[in-house]
Design a protein around this ligand. Structure first.
Ligand code: SF4
Ligand code: SF4
Length: 397
């Protein structure tokens, strides 16, 4: 693997003000300056300048970063921490200073081949459909086992023939392979709102997986997605996963912006669901890659109102849940500790049932694991907000 170019000139943007420390989950866990954005930047810049020799502590503190990007939002000097981190992580993997877990290396090789990846995860879809999730990350749901989102969309489009804006929809790799019911719900919601939906057949993984792991292959995925999405005559490219949308946005920039589907729906004023007499309470958590990556203010209140649920933001909704894409696999103890403080409120939260709503499937996995690992001891459901707008069986093929 060829190391990507390092970006040493950005390091000098840091004024060492420390505003980023308070928002950093690993600094808050450890109180260790080296485990903060400012500390990591200092380690990388000293090494780049040749004043610090490569050592295992720099490798350790680099690997400790969740990649949540909260420090970018907090930084008054606009230090592009995410870009620096991505390059550094890639360099560390290329130089053998960090080795991603075997399961992640296998998955990284597979995500660029959607047909194979979908086949490999067929048992996961089947087990979820049968209500037999095998793993603490596999939240409840009923995905179609064989029918793809592309086939389903074509049938639904033929039946309802919407006439409004045209969008190209990123179906994603893990989302399509394991959590396909969320894609189906997304398509139903869009078509019910008179949106024409196109699923480009030759789209591939957004590249977030490679970015999270530092593994090779992101450039080929970005090129393929540029070929798949850029020629399309559409009003928007939409994604229902904030991490995937953020990654695809980097691939298609500056030619085509990628919109988060909930943000897009907020402009349309989505069809509202009525839930008379419901005692359910919806707590909304905001994925890091929505607010710190895509830099959106959040999920539009018009969309949350349209769920028909009584809703409020979860405490510290803009803080990281510990998922970090694959951080909960690379650094499970840290991820668990971050989730422990974030999810504690659910044990006392009002409402029956309690619903934790968010807009990223990997955050959903992490939130589900709070119950499966005993951090949350009362029943709660984890839902994508788009599922709470879903007309469901009343609007189907
Ligand atoms: S990306 Fe998140 S975990 Fe990493 S340094 Fe920034 S705030 Fe801390
Ligand atoms: S907030 Fe920005 S400028 Fe201040 S210490 Fe952190 S990275 Fe450096």
């Amino acid at each position: 693997m060829d190391p990507k170019p390092v970006l040493p000139d950005y390091f000098s943007n840091c004024t060492h003000c420390g505003f980023c420390l308070a928002v950093c989950p690993t600094y808050n866990l450890t109180g260790d300056e080296n485990n903060s954005p400012r500390g990591r930047l200092r380690l990388w810049s000293e090494e780049a300048a040749g004043r610090l020799t490569q050592d295992e502590w720099t490798d350790f503190y680099t690997a400790e970063c969740v990649g949540c990007l909260a420090c970018e939002t907090a930084c008054p000097a606009n230090v592009p921490y995410g870009e620096l981190f991505e390059h550094t992580r890639h360099d560390h993997v290329a130089a053998g200073r960090f080795k991603p877990a075997l399961a992640l290396r296998v998955a990284a090789a597979a995500v660029g081949r959607p047909a194979w990846f979908n086949l490999a995860l067929l048992p996961a879809r089947l087990l979820r459909r049968l209500g037999l999730p095998l793993h603490r990350f596999l939240f409840k749901g009923r995905p179609a086992v064989l029918q793809s989102t592309a086939d389903y969309t074509r049938k639904l489009m033929q039946r309802y023939r919407p006439t409004g804006p045209r969008v190209a929809f990123l179906t994603g790799c893990l989302m399509e392979a394991a959590f396909r019911e969320i894609n189906f719900a997304t398509v139903r919601v869009l078509i019910e709102n008179n949106v024409q939906v196109i699923i480009p057949d030759d789209q591939t993984c957004c590249g977030a997986f490679q970015e999270h792991t530092g593994l090779e292959g992101v450039d080929a995925l970005r090129d393929q997605n540029r070929r798949a999405f850029l020629p399309l005559d559409v009003d928007a490219v939409v994604s229902n996963s904030s991490g995937c949308g953020y990654a695809l946005g980097k691939s298609l920039a500056p030619d085509k912006p990628v919109r988060d589907v909930l943000d897009f729906l907020g402009e349309l004023g989505p069809v509202r669901r009525e839930r008379h007499g419901s005692t359910a309470r919806l707590y909304v958590d905001l994925p890091c890659h929505l607010v710190h990556g895509q830099k959106l203010a959040g999920i539009p209140s018009k969309v949350l109102d349209a769920t028909g649920h009584r809703w409020e933001f979860a405490p510290n909704a803009r803080d990281c849940c510990g998922s970090g894409g694959v951080y909960n696999i690379q650094k499970p103890e840290n991820a668990h500790a971050i989730l422990a403080s974030k999810s504690a409120f659910l044990n006392e939260a009002e409402g029956i049932p309690v619903i934790l709503g968010t807009s990223n499937h990997v955050c959903m996995m992490q939130w589900h694991s709070a119950g499966a690992s005993g951090l949350v001891v009362r029943p709660y459901e984890v839902k994508h907000i788009i599922q709470l707008l879903d007309p469901g069986v009343d609007f189907d093929i």
